[in-house]
Design a binder for this molecule. Structure first.
Ligand code: HEM
Length: 537
């Protein structure tokens, strides 16, 4: 490659000729000047003013003054680890050209960051919240990021609502209370006015929101993505991580006590497991749906508030990831890692899920400010193992030393510009989906059943799990000052399950709904046997 990170080669050789016999353990300035005194600034006399010419003191303090970068606007608190992913066999090659998913001889390095969503960087681990499960695969075809959560659905259907949603979830703006929990008026006001959030709310009030360990947590890509095979044929796909240790949660009482005694509980557990060689493992699985079955479901595959029930489309195992190394430096690696849903490789593509489309804009945009300009892909944790050769130049924190006199395409002078991939070479080419329509702001009618899957979730719970959910609603909603908000949420829950609504109402001081409403639950089941048959599941 002609873009050599750090420009190490020639310059280094030249410098090695004059290398001093230093051990590298002595204190120096950033310019490599050795220092033997760092406790006292340079002053005029023993009790006089500090001198501006004390470059060591100025550099030391200046660097410190600039140590902080903005925390992530969401998912600010996290813990990361390196690992490796390896497919079990090549069965998925029928559906995708992504080598890291289909070549069992290839071990792909990964970096995973687990996170909470709402709290700030210093908040506690054991709060009731969604957990992020973001994986960077450093594949030979480029970096692929699977930026998922530990719950398979999301609060909203279209990313244009994300700023409203996050403003409602985060601590309230006048007093920055409460930190990292959903027990507040703005959050529940949002929920009561946006019934599309109800399915996710059921997950959030369940024990899934209190993972005992990051090693015992599922991960989901949430959206329907698309796999593309060598013939250019697309297949819809949902990605699943299943922890080999099984899924385990804390109970609320434990969370509150642990939160006081060890706010780093999940972070510490991950670190210690890896340090002691008990490497966390997760199986990657996929649910596949042929394009011909796009409309075979009673929900829309592009709606991120819906799961594809596993009874209808089974999860088929693809491979396994083992997390086997802790980062050396939290800031350099875990804080500076930058995941992006649009980081895809040949064989994986997007769908028109409006939540995904917004994410494909948002991550790069936020990282440009969080990581200080356009060159953050050069930070070691973000750098692909695949060669990077292009005409992108300059900018803050540029550490490639680009050689040659040209940096434009096309050119006839040579000298540094990469050539286009040769015909027939494997490249990323966007899936050729046919789209047509009028420009409108209107949600599809196929997105408008907000309750069926929330009910499905509730009905799938055991009695102890149901009790935990009711207790969670009572605790969280019980902290809401505005009675009309509590009432509105209970009225929404009546669309999910009448008994649930009554039990919650009785715990939060509002009127229980009198009658069961008949939500839109009884819609006919699709011809799903065809789907499983056509994919051999
Ligand atoms: C961060 C997941 C929806 C914007 C994250 C992270 C995860 C995640 C795991 C943390 C990444 C890390 O560890 O560094 C999800 C999932 C979503 C979703 C699963 C829905 C299915 C959205 C939407 C938007 C958004 C709709 C915006 C329109 C962001 C931003 C960050 C973030 C700005 C901070 C990224 C950074 O500073 O590097 N998300 N998110 N997310 N998400 Fe999302």
């Amino acid at each position: 490659r002609d873009t050599d990170p750090g420009g190490a080669d020639d310059k280094q050789r030249q410098l090695d000729d004059v290398r001093l016999d230093l051990t590298g353990t002595e204190l120096t300035t950033d310019q490599g000047v050795r220092i033997d005194h760092t406790d006292d600034a340079l002053t005029v006399g023993e009790r006089g003013p500090t001198l501006l010419e004390d470059f060591h003191a100025r550099e030391k303090i200046t660097h410190f003054d600039h140590e902080r970068i903005p925390e992530r606007v969401v998912h600010a608190r996290g813990a990361g680890a390196y690992g490796v992913f390896q497919p079990y066999d090549d069965w998925l090659a029928e559906y995708t050209v992504a080598e890291f998913l289909t070549n069992p001889a290839v071990r792909t390095p990964t970096f995973v960051r687990f996170s909470t969503v709402a709290g700030s960087r210093g908040s506690a681990d054991t709060v009731r919240d969604v957990r992020g499960f973001a994986t960077k695969f450093y594949t030979r075809q480029g970096n692929y990021d699977l930026v998922g959560n530990n719950m398979p659905v999301f609060f909203i259907q279209d990313g244009i609502k994300f700023p409203d949603f996050v403003h409602a979830v985060k601590p309230e703006p006048h007093n920055e209370i409460p930190q990292a929990q959903s027990a507040h008026d703005t959050f529940w006001d949002f929920v009561s006015l946006q019934p599309e959030s109800l399915h996710m709310i059921m997950w959030l009030m369940s024990d899934r929101a209190l993972p005992r360990s990051y090693r015992m947590m599922q991960g989901f890509g949430v959206h329907t993505f698309r796999l593309v095979n060598a013939e250019g044929r697309g297949t819809f796909v949902k990605f699943h991580w299943k922890p080999v240790l099984g899924v385990h949660s804390l109970v609320w009482d434990e969370c509150q006590k642990i939160g006081g005694k060890d706010p780093d509980y999940n972070r510490r557990d991950l670190w210690e497991a890896i340090e002691t060689g008990q490497f966390p493992e997760y199986e990657l699985g996929v649910q596949l749906v042929p394009e011909s079955d796009e409309f075979a479901f009673d929900f829309d595959l592009l709606d991120s508030t819906k799961i594809i029930p596993e009874e209808q489309v089974p999860v088929r195992p693809v491979g396994r990831m083992t997390l086997n190394r802790n980062p050396d430096n939290f800031f350099a690696e875990t804080e500076q890692v930058a995941f992006h849903t649009a980081n895809v490789v040949p064989g994986i593509d997007f769908t028109n899920d409006p939540l995904l489309q917004a994410r494909n804009f948002s991550y790069l945009d936020t990282q440009l400010i969080r990581l200080g300009g356009p060159n953050f892909p050069q930070i070691p944790v973000n750098r692909p193992v695949a060669p990077v050769t292009n005409n992108q130049r300059d900018g803050y924190h540029q550490s490639f030393i680009h050689k040659g006199r040209t940096s434009y395409f096309k050119n006839s002078l040579g000298g540094g510009c990469p050539a286009l991939a040769a015909p027939g070479a494997e490249v990323f080419s966007h899936y050729q989906e046919k789209v047509e329509g009028h420009k409108i702001r209107k949600r599809s009618e196929s997105f408008k059943d907000f309750y069926s899957q929330a009910t499905l979730f509730w009905n799938s719970m055991t009695e102890p799990e149901k009790k935990h959910i009711v207790a969670a609603f009572r605790f969280e909603l019980g902290h809401v000052d505005h009675k009309h908000v509590r009432q509105a949420v209970v009225d929404q829950l009546n669309h999910v399950d009448h008994n649930l609504a009554v039990m919650v109402a009785n715990g939060v001081g509002v009127n229980p709904p009198e009658r069961e409403v008949t939500p839109n639950h009884g819609r006919s089941s699709p011809a799903l046997s065809q789907i499983t048959m056509s994919l051999g599941g």
